[in-house]
Design a protein around this ligand. Sequence first.
Ligand code: DMJ
Length: 795
Amino acid sequence: MDHGFPFDEVNPFTCEPVGRDFEDSSNTWKNDAMGNFSLTLFDSLDTFVVIGDKQGFWRNVQLIKDTYTDFDIDSNIQVFETNIRILGGLLSAHLYASDERRGFSIDNYDGFLLKLAYDMGKRLVLAFENKSGVPFPRTNLKYGPQKVPKNLQREQCTAGITSLILEFGLLSRLTNDPIFELVSRRTYLNLWSSKTGLGFLPMSVDARSNVFTDQVTGVGASIDSFYEYALKYSILFDDEVFSEIWQQSYQSLLTYSQNSNRIFANIHVSNGATAREWIDALGAFFPGLLVLAGDLDNAFHFYLVYFKLWNSYGAIPERWDFSGSRWEFSRREQKTFHPHVPLMGLTLDETKDLLMKDSVLLEWFPLRPEFVESTYFLYRATKDPFFLRVGEAILERYETDFRAPCGFAGIEDIRIGTRQSRMESFVLSETLKYLYLLFDDENDLHNTNGAAVFSTEAHPFWFDEKLKIYDLKQDIQIPKTQDKGVLEEFWNRLFANPEPQEVDIQFAKLRNETAMFPDYVSLIMTPESENALIKANVKYPDDLEYGKRFYVSPKVYEILKPSLITVATNEVLDSMGLTLDPDYLGLNTCRRVLLSRPFLKSKILEYPLLYKLDYKYQPSLQSPGYYRNTSDVEIADNFYSLFGDNQMVSYPSQTSEQFDALIGTLDKVTKTQIYRIKAGPEYDLEKSAVVPILPQDLYVPQFDNLRMSFERLEPGRINAFGGAIQTDDYNCTLRLLKLNGYNLDEEDIVWVDQNWFQTANRYANIRFSSNGFVTINGESVMNLRIIPNLGGAQV
Ligand code: DMJ
């Protein structure tokens, strides 16, 4: 504040204030976020709250009151960045300033922060004034989106289109003006309705034509907060439509994108094939999101990859390649890398440098928050000291290496360690906030009364009926002379002769146009949905053929829903009194972690596959020279000796062959019904198969449309769980490892209905053996077993 205010940022090395690039309007690296509106201050208002600095919060809120009455600024800014940083910052600060329950409320507060938020909202929402149906990526705060050069208005991304719903939703609900939520929600649902058969949205969109400009998807840059906001919006506003979007899209990711090392890889949206074998720094938020979704297991496994990156670089490269196939190394010498054998003609260090340079695809680290964010969420969910140790290591880097005279400065080139002379506003609003929260067990945000959903910029949001609603909806009239003709004419006139009230006029026009639109749920016409429509007596057009999309209101959807879910029955299962749970991936349940570790011990240090990734991605996990002699975070003496166990073991790495297989049609995979067997009465061995059916096992009534991953059980090799493979009693040569997004545990069994084999099996190479195993191409699968139908073959 001493050096930067009222500018957007401060140069951490020179202490000079930093603002937009007025010379070069195409410098989006700076100008997208720096709108000449004291960005860092707005973005970090609630950081004062989180660190418990009441005076700091009040003082800076007052400063804003004294400095800003609106955002009538002639700046072209990016809508997404301004939404999450400025609007999000204002909304969170307003909640704290107005809600007495949180202990930071301001006496005689008149809601001016919300009024400022409303002003910003009115300016941002104009980006939706686009005939193509998707918002423009940028807008001019004073004149609207048409003032932005056209070449900056084409490239839009999925995250940019869909990540307004949380802030806009909250703004609408707090101001009683529905336009923000309606527009952003409709746009989100529209985009979602154009997902591929596998349930994916590509990452890039042309904003002028509303056409996808690539065919790839993942969880990192350009699409990250699409997933994040589906889940967070559903939590904040208790919205089932968005909860289902989260579940469907996550199920697709688990099924098609998650690779055998639990990395969510970039894949082709239409066929699920791996498209690019890299992950980026932004994707490091995903484990944290999975904690929120209640999937700790996948959260932890994906986190491990980023943890290994931190061990290798003391930072997270903006983009990191894990493929192995593009390496200069393999071009030079066709053999696997061995940590102690240099390439011909090179020293070992030079060899490692070569590998490291090949795997760092984008070399900067601007102190992004995502890895700290996930560390924080995993610690809150597990309380395992391992995550505190990681936090400590991160903190050490900030204190010794990232500190600068006026703040913190990240890395410009990870490969050589040069520094970046910039401190983005998210360092104070997100990175340091999460780091602080990780160590502050008593923080209000950790109490039930302080519960909040963090926006993608880490602004705490909450919403309930006790909050005061400020009715800010203004009745703005569009002047008669301008309220006619085509849109183009309207804009031309407006910009030819800008009026002081122009934003209000544009805003009123947008509101008029969007007042009446359906807040719909999109469904695909299938025999099931047709049945549901008939059963619920809902009228639908005659020409609604199978495969066509149709829209219903949330109300109608609620009526249809029960008939859309079919629950299979099986006489044998019925006779055992077991019940089936269609939510086999557990997406509706939050699985609690059993804190069965002894006091002051880390369960993670006992995880025998902790080093699996080091082996698997060894060539890509080479440290840069300046970081090569740094020891791994978890084996730092003072941590390892205190929290480790002298029983610690590391399993040998998997050497069994692993491969994927598909039965049926790819785009039907996520629609195949699979059930988890729920707890039931005592198991009756008399009536049972050779191996008891246990709760947690899976049941597949139709052995079709399945995407599976197998390992070959070749005696002498090491299996996926780190055990030596021995000759199996049942003579099985395969083990199922993954089924439609579900990663099987070593003991899990998948039960298949024998009835299907006898009545509907169209595959000559899928059979079952006399001792009850499913056989594929003549090979028995040890954990795929038949549930006999009554009177059927003996099992
Ligand atoms: C932040 O501004 C937000 O987290 C956003 O969603 C993407 N990432 C940056 C920081 O990395």
